[in-house]
Write a protein that binds this ligand. Structure first.
Ligand code: ZN
Length: 258
């Protein structure tokens, strides 16, 4: 049953590492998407989560699924190029018309994230099992509700600046890594009527999506990014005047020689 508080979430995962690596499989035996579903619903029962994967027809992201999705969560890494451009454009139009989009970790290089932001979204990285300390720099923001001033992940992949993204509407968290780098780890952007949230942690060989603070941030973000309505933005209609105007019947002139 759908109530005002219900947020219909679709968790999309390319679902490749879990099938190829015993390390990843041990952490996420049913896939990262199912772990996220279970953990998010435990934190907020109003999150009504379903999952979709790359391997499904239309990557599990049919028009019907997306029309009934308030927030789409995206995890991808090695198969960004295998995501069909037509599906990417379908997702983009949904975001512009109101659907929320949460992009996790290596999704920074996904087609949909690059397309929403318009930049390459590149960054520096290092796999060295190092500590990450995440600082909450906007404790009043709804996504930071219940998050302490800082928390640590014992081991994570390092992502370092410069993160090639447009200046975010809000930067909510800054990460510090054992090796010295810093990173804007939790950022928001509005695109059309939709809210986009990027959250950095989540390398597949670490149990990051079992961490209570990480799950809390994603759950808060799903609530925050909920689709407010669906309003298409792809057309620019000719508009009737509200008040008398000097030349109401003037035609738009198209030069016949062009
Ligand atoms: Zn990674």
């Amino acid at each position: 049953m759908s109530t005002q508080e219900t947020v219909n979430v679709t968790i999309w995962n390319e679902f490749i590492h879990e099938n190829k690596s015993d390390v990843v499989k041990a952490i996420y035996p049913d896939g990262m998407h199912n772990a996220l579903k279970k953990n998010l619903e435990a934190v907020n029962p109003n999150l009504n989560c379903r999952t979709a994967t790359l391997q499904q027809p239309e990557h599990g992201l049919t028009e019907e699924v997306l029309a009934n999705t308030d927030v789409l969560i995206w995890w991808g890494h090695v198969a960004h190029s295998e995501v069909d451009d037509e599906i990417v454009e379908r997702v983009r139009q949904q975001v512009l018309s109101g659907m929320g989009l949460i992009v996790l970790h290596s999704g920074h290089f996904s087609k949909i994230f690059q397309k929403m932001l318009g930049t390459n979204c590149s960054l520096k990285w290092r796999e060295a099992d190092e500590k990450e300390r995440l600082w909450n720099i906007e404790p009043s923001h709804p996504i930071m509700a219940g998050i302490p001033d800082y928390f640590e992940l014992a081991e994570e992949e390092m992502y370092g600046e410069r993160f090639d993204v447009p200046t975010p509407d809000k930067v909510l968290m800054v990460s510090w890594f054992q090796g010295g780098e810093v990173f804007r780890s939790a950022c928001t952007w509005q695109r059309g009527h939709g809210q986009v949230f990027y959250f950095r942690p989540g390398h597949e060989t670490f149990p990051t999506y079992h961490n209570e603070h990480i799950v809390r941030v994603i759950a808060n973000a799903a609530k925050w990014a909920k689709r407010p309505f669906t309003r298409l933005t792809h057309e620019a209609p000719n508009s009737m005047e509200l008040e008398p105007v000097p030349n109401p019947s003037k035609e738009h002139i198209v030069d016949a020689n062009q």
